[in-house]
Design a protein. Structure first.
Length: 104
DNA sequence: CGAGTGACCGCAA
DNA sequence: ATTGCGGCCACTC
């Protein structure tokens, strides 16, 4: 029953995400099993465990999530607390800060 | 239980 | 460069 597994995988990946790195919905979705299920990742973020650091998830361009609770400003503040700078709703040095999965 | 929703991604006009 | 559309799949109503 791989239906609920997807959410578990995604949450595990997020929980193992280093504090000083960011990742994309697409990457998480791909690691969880479906490369194009990035929407599901967003959905899980919306309805899933709020304790996980969802603010480290950005879109493919490194931009902040639009539908984030409170708007991109909140996410920018959370990222700043993790030492990640954002300009114009985009992560600075995004390609450099982008998390590289190790457990392939 | 069925249909709709969505914090996205990639490609076609 | 922008706009539009399909697809992915768990979750809510």
């Amino acid at each position: 029953m791989p239906n609920a597994d997807f959410r578990v995988r995604v949450e595990k990946i997020i929980s193992q995400l280093p504090a000083d790195k960011v990742t994309t919905y697409g990457d998480v979705a791909a690691l969880a099993g479906s490369a194009y299920a990035s929407r599901v990742v967003g959905g899980i973020a919306h309805y899933g465990n709020p304790e996980l650091p969802w603010h480290r998830l950005v879109n493919r361009r490194g931009g902040l999530a639009v539908g984030f609770p409170g708007g991109p400003d909140v996410q920018r503040q959370l990222l700043l607390q993790d030492g990640i700078q954002c300009i114009d709703n985009k992560v600075v040095n995004f390609e450099d800060l982008r998390w590289h999965p190790n457990f392939l």
